[in-house]
Design a binder for this molecule. Structure first.
Ligand code: PSU
Ligand code: MN
Length: 330
């Protein structure tokens, strides 16, 4: 596979608005200098999404979190690769300037699978969702990807058909995604059913068999599998690749207990946010960002603190898995 891909090397660090686009060059991706060096030195790499930066958290929390998450990954012995489309160029590994730009830029498109080619063709800026990031991680041969929460089957999805493309992408690529489960803005039971149908291996991480619900440690739904630690997660990834299953793994890490939210408070905030989104006629790709920001204001920022804490914790877990996986493959 790797020989089919020609990566475009990017030597200098330019701010995104001034970057020249790469018309006429062969590869689908640009790798940052840090990621290129990590590949050359056979270091573990962890992919990170960018919709969480542009649409998932307000400025400046989005920027400080993105920078801290990257540093946590470096401290654990892996190299971070935040993925986005900058001026039409699918980019793996953002410089600090590029992260600063993305955190404040207006008009950044939220990019899932269906949006990648139009955004590249029109030379726009795009922030990749879990689905979009999985596609780039696969192209760049990065096996582990860390995020906060994935998309899923929305409540009443059985009639609205609003099911995130994250779920189908997890099934058609072999990336291991570390998250804190699925927010209860979604229908968690149906999300797990859908993942089962799509053949995605879902595991809880740590002591509990319960699938976490993002802001709370338990959803009341059992995860079909469990991995106790990073080494076991890495072994699972290794086996899945050996078997050439071609489908993904979802490792669901409960948020640290001290940041877990009161179930009633979060459920009330979510119900208000969902009602507001229905009243305003929000639909399609706008639903998730709208509900996330309405929940953050209804909880006076407590949900944002929980969100930041869980992403950082997931970064530790993901980096440890990437390090263990690299050892198994050396
Ligand atoms: N859930 C969160 N925070 C996020 C998202 C989901 O708690 O930022 C983002 C992710 O990028 C995810 C996307 O891939 O929303 C899912 O959007 P949709 O439901 O439109 O597929
Ligand atoms: Mn949707």
């Amino acid at each position: 596979m790797a020989f089919l891909l020609k990566f475009i090397s990017r030597g200098t660090r330019m701010a995104a608005p001034f970057r020249r686009n790469c018309n006429g060059l062969a590869g689908p991706l640009v790798l940052s200098k840090e990621v290129r060096e990590a590949k050359a030195e056979n270091k573990p790499i962890v992919a990170l999404e960018s919709t969480i930066i542009s649409h998932g958290m307000p400025y400046p929390h989005n920027l400080t979190t993105a920078l801290e998450v990257e540093n946590i990954i470096r401290q654990r012995g892996a190299i971070p690769a935040t993925i986005a489309i900058l001026n039409g160029q699918l980019t793996v590994g953002l410089t600090e300037d590029e992260l600063r730009y993305l955190a404040q830029a207006k008009g950044v498109v939220k990019v899932s699978r269906r949006d990648i080619a139009p955004v590249v063709a029109a030379k726009l800026d795009g922030a990749t969702t879990v689905a979009g990031t999985i596609i780039a991680a696969e192209l760049a041969d990065i096996p582990v990807f860390v995020t906060g929460g994935i998309g899923g089957v929305h409540r009443y999805g059985e009639t609205t058909m609003d099911i995130s493309a994250d779920l189908t992408e997890l099934s058609r690529n072999k990336t291991l995604v570390v998250c804190s489960g699925v927010k209860s803005i979604l229908d968690i039971g149906r999300t797990l059913e859908y993942l089962e149908t799509q053949g995605v291996c879902v595991c809880s991480f740590g002591e509990s068999d319960d699938f976490p619900a993002f802001y709370t440690m338990k959803s009341g739904h059992r995860a079909p599998h469990r991995v106790p630690d990073a080494l076991h997660a890495a072994r699972l990834l290794h086996s899945s690749r050996l078997l050439q299953l071609g489908s993904g793994i979802l490792v669901a890490v409960p948020l640290p207990q001290e940041h877990a939210m009161d179930e009633k408070i979060i459920e009330d905030a979510i119900n208000c946010a969902l009602e507001a989104s229905r009243e305003k006629g929000i639909n399609g790709k706008e639903v998730t960002p709208f509900v996330l920001s309405a929940v953050a204001s209804a909880t006076h920022g407590v949900s944002l603190d929980a969100n930041i804490a869980l992403v950082k914790n997931n970064a530790k877990v993901g980096a440890d898995i990437a390090v263990e996986f690299k050892k198994l493959n050396n």
